[in-house]
Write a protein that binds this ligand. Structure first.
Ligand code: 6R9
Length: 645
């Protein structure tokens, strides 16, 4: 851990939205009088009915309820499109960079408006109305943004499923929200290869029923259209370019996004209209110090929350130019990110530590051969960034001139909670630094749950009061929402992360304290991988843990016990790996599968993951107390058989 600090340059500070003094003043105002503070920020959005009630929130375990701007009315597509037309109709809203480096497209706000209106009418024509759920299973193409905004125009609730998820995972999410329509594409080109999205939808519909599907013709491949399938191009050609926006209550659901937790199936995180959009817009402007005319690029996928808040909603609410990239960082070569930055004169660049680590290993020439002089701010998200990667990002990519914003947040939080502000915060490599406006982080003792008052400390990271971008509930299961986030530490929102606070009050995220692992910035519940493994006929029991991985941050380590009479062979190992990929998707592909004749369990039958984690980490000295195990000898077997790949 490094404690060297990197203050912003005087030149940067001069032009920044927020400098150190303003941060201090605004932060204090935001926590001393949240009502007044957020009332003052409301004007960032256009409301068809101005809210008079600002904050009505309770973290009380018996009565968790979160409402912001509850009597306000607005429409998200109006805020992201219509209201910009008079001033910036001809400005580029979306730059689309295709997987093929020779193909790109600029979409102006006028064009965006036409597409969104038409698309909204297409949805209506297919019987979709206010409150209906629509699943998007799409490549990173402009139609993904059109589809999201079209849903918001008519008040439909979208639920995006990352295009890397398997048909089985897709089916579970379609059923989970009882979707009326799936929007997909024929194929998704990425890194020169095409994923057969429409075929995956066909397979998913064998499980979730024959849900109507709209198919965007991305590659034109012949994918076979059935009775329930509709071609996008033909419907758009006939659609009217005028669709009146549905006025929505601030607390009407905007979208559902499934995310992994420590237990059970992924949960549908629900975000609502007013608070979410305001928070996404404000953090986008201030965290990245976005100024009119800047070109902003977030490399995430719209299938994750980062894509929702920081490719589509935040930037478009601000009238920004946002870049959408269909490809991968290493295609056609390891210079792709920097070639795109040069080509489109990118000013703010936002990516994940896993990508930085992977590119760092390819050599500096891939970066230095491009002109990156337009870059002003660099961002990271998704997992802790190690100081080596931070320093490389700072020196080789930013040439020491670009503040780095290490943004800590979650699907549940809607937007950044801990982050440097580029003109205000002296950064430290590896620290997400200090809270955004309105955010009150606290560090709790994991055992007693008591708040640690000393500045320097370590514990679990909770948040003491609500902010507008917070999730409101788990779709269809409010009890699970309360249980997951408000029951372990009463009166607080529990993030699931551990952290350290240093003498300067800076926060350093130490990783999850629950059974969630973070693989290349993607969240995965070990329980999900375990249930995929035990669904295989030859597997009796499985335990899955994370282990440190140089590029991915964490890798997936699986222990399996087999059904009586089954033999563990290399073929079975391959079969199990493919099985998990098929059940969840390639991102859940196990790095190691170890045969375990027995798993370490307590006498009450609980698997002791702490021990399995240590074995996966190759850290036998720290196994700790194994005397409470029902059969301590299984540990020796596990050590003897470790990583026999
Ligand atoms: C936005 C996003 C959330 C989890 C979170 C934490 C980890 C995210 C981080 C970070 C350290 C950062 N995380 N940002 N850890 N530093 N800057 O990633 O949402 O997919 O829900 O993951 O990711 O563990 O709890 P999500």
């Amino acid at each position: 851990m490094s404690d060297t600090t990197y203050p912003p340059s005087d030149e940067f500070v001069k032009n920044a939205h927020v400098d150190a003094a303003k941060y201090k003043e605004m932060y204090e105002a935001s926590v001393n009088d949240p009502e007044a503070f957020w009332k003052g920020q409301m004007g960032r959005l256009d409301w068809s009915r101005t809210p008079t009630k600002i904050k009505n929130t309770s973290f009380d375990y018996h009565n968790v309820s979160i409402k912001w701007f509850e009597d306000g009315e607005l429409n998200v597509s109006v805020n992201c499109v219509d209201r910009h037309l008079a001033k910036r109709g001809d400005q580029t809203a979306i730059i689309w960079e295709s997987d093929d480096p020779n193909v790109d497209m600029h979409i102006t706000y006028n064009e965006l408006s036409e597409k969104v209106n038409k698309f909204a009418n297409v949805l209506k024509g297919l019987g979709v109305g206010k409150g209906d759920r629509v699943v998007l299973y799409l490549p990173m193409i402009p139609e993904a943004a059109y589809a999201m905004l079209a849903c918001t125009r008519i008040g439909a609730i979208h639920s995006i499923v990352f295009a890397g998820f398997s048909p089985e995972a897709l089916a579970a999410r379609v059923s989970g929200c009882d979707a009326k329509l799936i929007i997909t594409a024929d194929e998704a080109p990425r890194g020169g290869r095409a994923t057969p999205l429409k075929k995956n939808v066909d397979k998913a519909r064998e499980h979730c029923g024959d849900v109507a599907t709209l198919v965007v013709e991305r590659t034109g491949a012949d994918v076979g259209m059935g009775d329930r399938d509709h071609g996008y191009t033909a419907l758009m050609a006939d659609a009217s370019a005028q669709c009146a926006p549905e006025p929505m209550n601030a607390e009407d659901p905007l979208f559902i996004l499934y995310t992994s937790g420590s237990t059970g199936a992924p949960k549908g995180v629900v975000h609502t209209t007013g608070g979410y959009l305001l928070y996404a817009a404000m953090t986008h402007e201030i965290t990245f110090d976005y100024h009119d005319g800047d070109v902003y690029w977030c490399t995430a996928d719209v299938g994750w929350v980062t894509g929702h808040s920081y490719i589509v909603y935040g930037p478009l609410a601000n009238g920004a130019t946002t870049l959408m990239f269909e490809g991968v960082p290493t295609y056609p070569d390891a210079g792709r990110f920097w070639a795109v930055c040069e080509k489109h004169k990118v000013n703010q660049f936002y990516t994940a530590p896993t990508a930085i680590r992977a590119l760092m290993g390819q050599g500096n020439e891939w970066v230095t051969k491009y002109d990156l002089s337009d870059l002003k701010v660099l961002g990271t998200v998704g997992e802790p960034i190690n100081p080596e990667a931070w320093n490389w990002y700072n020196e080789v990519v930013g040439k020491g001139n670009c503040p780095i914003v290490d943004t800590w947040w979650q699907t549940e939080t809607g937007g950044h909670l801990l982050t440097p502000l580029p003109g205000a915060t002296a950064t430290k490599p590896g620290s997400a630094t200090t809270p955004f406006f309105g955010v009150q982080p606290v560090v709790l003792d994991p055992q007693s749950g008591a708040e640690i008052k000393e500045t320097e400390c370590e514990g679990v990271l909770c948040i003491a009061d609500s902010w507008p971008g917070q999730m409101r509930t788990v779709y269809g299961d409010h009890e699970r929402f309360v249980k997951t986030y408000f029951s372990d530490y009463k009166g607080y929102y529990f993030s699931g992360d551990g952290c350290r606070r240093d003498a300067d009050g800076y926060y350093w995220i130490t990783g999850r304290v629950d059974d969630v692992i973070n693989v290349s910035g993607h969240r995965m519940g070990t329980a999900e991988v375990e249930s995929a493994l035990v669904a295989h006929s030859k597997v009796a029991e499985a335990a899955v843990v994370g282990f440190p991985h140089d590029i991915k941050g964490q890798g997936i380590y699986c222990y399996v016990t087999l059904m009586e009479g089954e033999e563990y062979t290399d073929e079975l190992k391959t079969e199990l790996r493919n099985w998990v990929r098929q059940e969840i998707g390639p991102i859940a592909s196990p790095d190691y599968i170890q045969w375990a004749p027995g798993l370490p369990k307590t006498r009450s039958g609980k698997i002791m993951r702490r021990i399995l984690r240590k074995i996966a980490e190759n850290d036998y000295g720290a196994l700790g107390d194994t005397s409470t195990l029902a059969d301590p000898s299984v540990v020796d077997d596990l050590i003897a058989n470790r990583k026999q790949d």
